[in-house]
Structures are given as structure tokens and as C-alpha cells.
Design a protein around this ligand. Structure first.
Ligand code: ASP
Length: 276
């Protein structure tokens, strides 16, 4: 037994983490993705599970006002409503999401808690009540949100996918939505199989115009390619090509053998992996 443990320590299994800061966001913000990926990867290296690491990376991006999630969430067309969508999923059986969640500093942490509840998706007032029931951190998101002129036409989601040392996959994502968007609008980010998916073949996260991503169930479609053995970069490039070029889209994914990034616009992102 001790010999097996020793061999595993000398030859740890492959670990990987990919982070993105939204299709259409500036590449100048990529240092935020590097910092988020580094924080999550440190946990992966220490043996934490894939979901914990992906969520940790997304929290770092939610706290960075340059990204449209958490503190940097954009306003809806009424110029006062700020609503977040977020989700998590892993191959240990966790699936949780929130939609149209207001006032909460880190929506991805609420999605993580929903994954431990009897439900998979909570929305609006009920999601807020759920978050408050366990004391989730709140923040004045209006104060930190970008001025409407700076985000008149905007998308962006933040997301992370991870593979841990036990061979499990996870995905976490969070967004302030798109602009212009009505209060109550929900995109792809909290919809399983559209904005995110994780299964035995890998984990996938999407960013871009949610209405078009949902119509193609893009994350699941890409996952099917991975499950059929298509190389990860090829699968992501195919996924991006499913969306008309006039619309922003980006994808990240991790599999047992690779990790990749694809987008049809500039997209801050970062990959960290250890071959094992
Ligand atoms: N997918 C997000 C949404 O439609 C926005 C984005 O990722 O750009 O809400």
C-alpha cells in the first residue's frame, strides 16, 4: 500500500485549469485571468477537488471589477437593476445554478450552495432568500458596476474548467449578463448544457450572446464531440463556428489529454496544467 502511495506522489496524475474572462473583453485584462488561474491551480496542486478550484478561480474574477461578473456586473436597461447568473457542475454529482440573483457579492458561491440543496436552479427573489438564509456576502454592486456608456453593448461571462488529481472534472461560471438586456433576462450561463457542462470526457464553459448559445445547447454539443474523441482544440473551434461571426462567442475546455481556448473575438484567458 505504502509503495502505491509513494509511486503516486512521484508520478501525480495530470491536473489542469483553464480560466476565461469573457469573449469580447480586452486582452489587456488577461493578468486577471492569470491571477485567478494561479489561485485555483495552487489549490489543485495541493490536492483540492476540481470544483473547489474552479469556484476559487471564478471568485477571483468576480472580485475583479474589470470583468462582467460579481463586482463588475453591468446594469440592465433600466440603469439600476443588476442581476447575476452563475452555475457549477462536476463529475462527482454536483449541479447548481442561480439566475437573476441580486445584491450578492459572489454569485458562484451561491450556485455552489444550491448544488448541495435539493434543487439545481434557484432564480430571483427565491435565490436571494436562499443566499441570505446562510449569510452569503452582499455588496453595493451598483457602486462598482461600469457606467452604462462603457457597457452599452456588452457580454462577457467569467468561467473556469478543471481536472483534479483524482481524474474528476468541474466547471464554474458567473456573469452579469449581456447589454442591452431587460431586467429578468436570463442567458446561457445558468443553463446546463448551454453555458456549461461537465462529464466523464471533460468540462466545457461558454461565453458570448446567451440567446444564441442556448439555441444550440453549445456546451453539450461540444462535449459530445469530446466524448466521441475529437481533439479538444478541434472541438472548440467547431463550437465557435456554430455561432454566426457577427456574434461574440468563446469556449474553454479541459479533457484527460488536453486543455484549450477558442473564440471569435479577443478573450482574456489562461491555461495551467501539470502533465502528471
Ligand atoms: N453568455 C452571457 C450571457 O449571455 C454573456 C457572455 O458570456 O458574454 O448572459
Amino acid at each position: 500500500m505504502s509503495l502505491i502511495i509513494l509511486v503516486m506522489q512521484i508520478h501525480p496524475r495530470r491536473i489542469a485549469l483553464v480560466v476565461h474572462g469573457g469573449a469580447g473583453n480586452s486582452k489587456q485584462n488577461e493578468d486577471g485571468c492569470v491571477a485567478a488561474a494561479s489561485a485555483g491551480f495552487r489549490l489543485l496542486t495541493d490536492g483540492s477537488d476540481a470544483l473547489t478550484c474552479a469556484v476559487h478561480a471564478v471568485v477571483a474574477l468576480e472580485d475583479d471589477e474589470r470583468f462582467n461578473a460579481g463586482a463588475g456586473s453591468i446594469r440592465r436597461t433600466d440603469n439600476c437593476t443588476i442581476e447575476a447568473d452563475a452555475a457549477v457542475m462536476d463529475t462527482r454529482g454536483h449541479l447548481g445554478a442561480v439566475a437573476c440573483l441580486r445584491h450578492i457579492k459572489n454569485p458562484v458561491l451561491v450556485a455552489r450552495r444550491v448544488a448541495e440543496s435539493d434543487h439545481w436552479l434557484l432564480a430571483g427573489e427565491g435565490a436571494l432568500q436562499f443566499a441570505r438564509s446562510y449569510g452569503a456576502g452582499e455588496a453595493d454592486l451598483f457602486a462598482s458596476s461600469p457606467e452604462p456608456e462603457a457597457a452599452a453593448v456588452a457580454c462577457d461571462t467569467v468561467g473556469a474548467v478543471a481536472l483534479d488529481s483524482e481524474g474528476h472534472f468541474a466547471v464554474a461560471c458567473s456573469t452579469g449578463g449581456s447589454a442591452p438586456a431587460l431586467p429578468g433576462r436570463v442567458g446561457d450561463t445558468p443553463i446546463v448544457g448551454s453555458g456549461f457542462y461537465a462529464g466523464p470526457a471533460g468540462a466545457v464553459a461558454a461565453t458570448g450572446v446567451g440567446e444564441h448559445i442556448v439555441a444550440r445547447m453549445l456546451a453539450r454539443a461540444v462535449y459530445e464531440s469530446l466524448r466521441n474523441g475529437v481533439p479538444v482544440q478541434e472541438a472548440l473551434d467547431w463550437g465557435v463556428a456554430q455561432i454566426p461571426g457577427s456574434l461574440e462567442v468563446g469556449l474553454i475546455a479541459v479533457t484527460h489529454s488536453g486543455a484549450a481556448i477558442a473564440s471569435n473575438r479577443p478573450m482574456p484567458a489562461h491555461v495551467m496544467q501539470h502533465a502528471g
